[in-house]
Design a protein around this ligand. Structure first.
Ligand code: ADP
Length: 468
């Protein structure tokens, strides 16, 4: 899963937020319940303390101590209710002190004595060896007899047990709720973002050669529909501009073609005359060379604009790439011999492809021509043709000067030349590789380059063998 995707980020945010809310809610419930239970327990204790004071202690004069002890034992003793009860006289002696409860949860004898001086009723916590005891103390004065302190207590564990149960429920429910929310959230996010995936995939298929493609519109009235419509309008404008540029290039090259041809003819005629001075001849020869160069650029621009506009349709047929390569090499051998360059072809087996022979020959010529052009005399050019899986491979490697690494990403750009001055010396226009790439793209193939400065360059073309 891509941790940078919107889907992941939104789900993570949502899950974190949900976890925070659940934990905050759980804590609020925990502390609220703890307060409520403690208050309730304290209320019960105070009620019992008042019951002891108002019902039995009040009548101590009439009923005697034994009666009070019996009543307490019967109604509130630890055996009956698990409560701690203690009645202390003002001199610190106990009128009554309950026995330990059956479950042995606390030992009444370990509860520290409180001086029975009159003070306000209050609740306190007593920390005993086996746990906490919540005690309510009620000072009470019986007229004519004296002051007493009535204490009623209960183990705090009942509150704690309830709270532990609550924590347990939360510990089980929280991860389940979180996992469920993450799962459902992720699914919803995937559904909501599915149109974005479709837009991305469609947009990737739209290239300069296929600008007429449009993104699907979901008609949901949401932001995605607006985005798709806006992108489609932008692509319409792009398509219009692109078409204009292509048309302009095609028109310009077309318009230049005829005058250039006439110019060349006239220059050739002029050069054929005998009475020309050497200086005039030299100038005319140079102009003819420049005109030739210009004609080549115009031809290449024409080819490129036809490739761009889709006007140039491939005339595919079944052909043997190895045979085509050998033919081309034979024709270019003179060029190589002129520069004493060793041209070597490694094409042991026929490699059949379904392609346009004229265009494939153009790739071959451009690459081999470049290799011969840029390699110094005495160097060598090695061509390899092979089939790898369903791809026909053409490699042209030379021992030339190589291409700097920083120039490699731009090498297939139009009019890009590594060393403009030197390329001009070789008659380079910077369009040969752009044409080769366009032809490769049209055939559904790929062209790549690897090079080491001072050691040489290797171009690799891979074209799908293709169905017939
Ligand atoms: P050009 O007509 O200038 O050769 P290309 O498009 O064929 O145009 O090549 C573009 C640039 O790439 C060239 O100007 C040259 O700098 C560089 N280049 C192409 N092939 C080679 C090669 N085999 N060795 C070194 N540099 C090369």
């Amino acid at each position: 899963m891509n941790a940078r995707s919107i889907r992941f980020k939104l789900t993570a945010w949502y899950a974190t937020l949900l976890a925070i809310i659940l934990i905050a809610f759980g804590s609020a419930v925990y502390f609220g319940l703890e307060r409520y239970l403690t208050t309730r327990l304290a209320e019960q204790l105070s009620l019992q303390a008042f019951q002891i004071a108002d019902t039995w202690l009040r009548q101590i004069n009439r009923s005697g101590t034994e009666y009070i002890v019996n009543e307490i034992e019967e109604h509130i003793s630890p055996d009956a209710t698990g409560r701690f009860v203690r009645l202390t006289r003002s001199d610190g002696t106990f009128l009554y002190r309950s026995k330990p409860p059956r479950d042995g949860r606390f030992d009444p004898s370990t509860v520290a004595a409180v001086k029975p001086i009159p003070y306000a009723p209050r609740t306190r916590e007593e920390h005993l060896a086996k746990g906490e005891l919540l005690i309510y103390s009620l000072p009470y004065t019986v007229p004519g007899v004296g002051s007493f302190l009535v204490e009623v207590g209960a183990p705090y564990h009942t509150v704690e047990n309830t709270l532990h149960g609550l924590v347990l429920i939360f510990a089980i429910i929280l991860p389940i709720a979180l996992a469920l929310a993450i799962g459902v959230g992720f699914l919803l996010m995937t559904r909501a973002l599915a149109p974005v995936d479709v837009i991305t995939r469609t947009a990737e298929t739209i290239t300069s050669r296929n600008l007429s493609g449009r993104l699907p519109i979901s008609h949901t009235g949401d932001e995605i529909e607006r985005l798709s419509a806006t992108l489609n309008r932008m692509m319409e404008r792009l398509e219009g501009s692109f078409r204009q540029v292509v048309q302009f290039t095609a028109d310009v090259s077309h318009e230049l073609r005829t005058p250039l041809a006439v110019l060349r003819c006239e220059l050739e005629v002029a050069l054929g005359q005998n009475h020309l001075s050497p200086a005039a001849r030299e100038v005319l020869e140079s102009v003819l060379e420049e005109t030739g160069m210009l004609s080549k650029i115009v031809e290449q621009l024409m080819t490129l604009s036809r490739l761009d506009s889709g006007e140039l349709q491939l005339e595919r047929s079944r052909l043997d790439l190895a045979g085509l390569c050998k033919d081309t090499i034979e024709q270019m051998n003179l060029l190589a011999e002129d520069k004493s360059i060793h041209l070597q072809c490694d094409a042991p087996e026929p490699v059949e492809i379904y392609a346009d022979p004229l265009r494939i020959r153009q790739i071959l010529t451009n690459l081999i021509d470049n290799a011969i052009k840029y390699t110094a005399a005495g160097g060598s050019v090695h061509i390899r043709i092979a089939q790898e899986d369903d791809q026909a491979i053409l490699e042209v490697a030379d021992t030339g000067p190589g291409i700097p690494t920083e120039a490699l990403p731009y090498i297939f750009n139009r009019f890009y030349r590594v060393d403009k001055a030197r390329a001009r010396e070789f008659g380079g226009s910077g369009l040969g590789l752009a044409i080769a790439k366009s032809i490769c793209d049209l055939h559904g193939g790929r062209i790549a380059v690897e090079s080491r400065l001072g050691q040489g360059t290797r171009f690799r073309v891979a074209i799908p063998v293709g169905a017939n």
